[in-house]
Design a protein around this ligand. Sequence first.
Ligand code: BES
Ligand code: ZN
Ligand code: ZN
Length: 507
Amino acid sequence: MRFTLDRREATQGTVDAIAVGIPERAEKEDAFPRALSKEDLAFGKALSAAWERREIRGKRKEVTIFHRPDGKGRLLVVGLGARTQVDLETIRNASAEAVRALKGRGARTLGFKLASFSSDRIPAEAAIRALVDGAALGGYEFLRYKTTSEGKVEDATIFLGEEAAREEAPLRKAMEQEEMLVETVLWTRDVANVPADTATPEWLAEQARAFGKEYNVKVTVFDEKKLAEMNCGGILGVGSGSSHPPRLIVLEYGGGARSGKTVAVVGKGITFDSGGISIKQAQGMSAMKYDKSGACAVLGVVRAAASLKVPPRVIGVMACAENLPGPTAYRPGDVLRTHSGKTIEVLNTDAEGRVVLSDALGYVVEHYHPDQVIDMATLTGACVVALGPDIAGLMSNDDGLAQALLDASHQTGEQLWRLPVTDTHREMVKSEIGDVRNSTEMREAGALTAAAFLENFVGGTAWAHLDIAGPGYNEGPISRYAPSYFNKGATAFGVRLVTRYLMTTPR
Ligand code: BES
Ligand code: ZN
Ligand code: ZN
């Protein structure tokens, strides 16, 4: 989707449809809102008539459509819910609802009346970012395997109207930055949605190489031979049951001018998680093609960081392998020797994410000495049980980093909740015959023991772990509760969040 800024009133443009936001109307609120009088006139007073008969209530997700008397143009009145509750997330959802209401309905261009979304509490820049997010992400479709498409909004215009008195440059910058960012989010969704028959570890490496050339990002791919030389027994162990061998993919973005800081971003890239010898049940197993979502988010973060030229140097590491049972698969009871030298006793081959991450974390910490490490992984079902489908778990050994990620999360709407890691959890992952074990004798605190396991491989570096098993993708009945700008399938959760963190973190 392309975005344009226009100083005029929305009614003066030539878009196929105009979207205006309207807060929920109070019980005794009878007077038609004056802010919409221009639109009302342009639409032959159809709006005030609908207001009069209480057709417009302003409830969230309510979209009322009007047509110009001359047939040239439509107007969508999008409900925002209670005025005092309107926030950036409301605007993202409203913008997505507008785009969705027009899907397959013959509209190619859509205009937003900015002043109906911005307010005293929501500055125009932030409102613009939210409109761009909602429209682009809400309109996303995964079209790789579709032979037909219904047609949708392709051009969006943000009309400044009353806001035109303001300086235009910061508004334009907000729009252009966000447009670049969401373009990468959509690209990331396209990569993460590809199923495991095509999206093998080597295929992910090819995606990384292709974008690296274009964005001047250095890409190094370690194949199974190289990984053996590097003593990466963790990722090799997990990948040993598949005929598609594992890859450790390293992406380097050099950082903005005079940058001093290095941030490593590490992702779990299981192209398919059958559970291995500790095989999963059939129900819902197809969703395990999304078990590479963490690594895909890393791909997206580095691409966005390079296109937006964020200040810090960013090292992305994708730990990619396929977890299948087979004659050469790793098994419960095996002991793996990782890059860091620490050994892992495998008790459950389905707890494979932490095993591939052990090598990725160990490698990046030893080789790049980053100031901070952030990992993203669809790591545990326990985290989904604890926090539900839309909130990621945040576990960290550094309060400053954790708070900075929470701040970024409040901006982007990608929700996080911090969970503890204590000595109890550290105790629970100790092994009797090796250094650590990949699963414990009980299910309790599964998200926390997984984090306690990972902590062994960051060597004291400031580290934050995002368990994105819930919000990384949407499938099944719980997808009903997802925001309007999340499609079915991969969400690219974490890309906007971590990129915003990188944009705002001090050097
Ligand atoms: N990929 C799964 C975690 C997962 C579950 C992601 C549901 C998304 C939705 C992970 O590899 C896994 O299987 N974890 C096990 C760990 C257990 C065996 C210690 C789990 O959560 O059950
Ligand atoms: Zn698993
Ligand atoms: Zn997994």
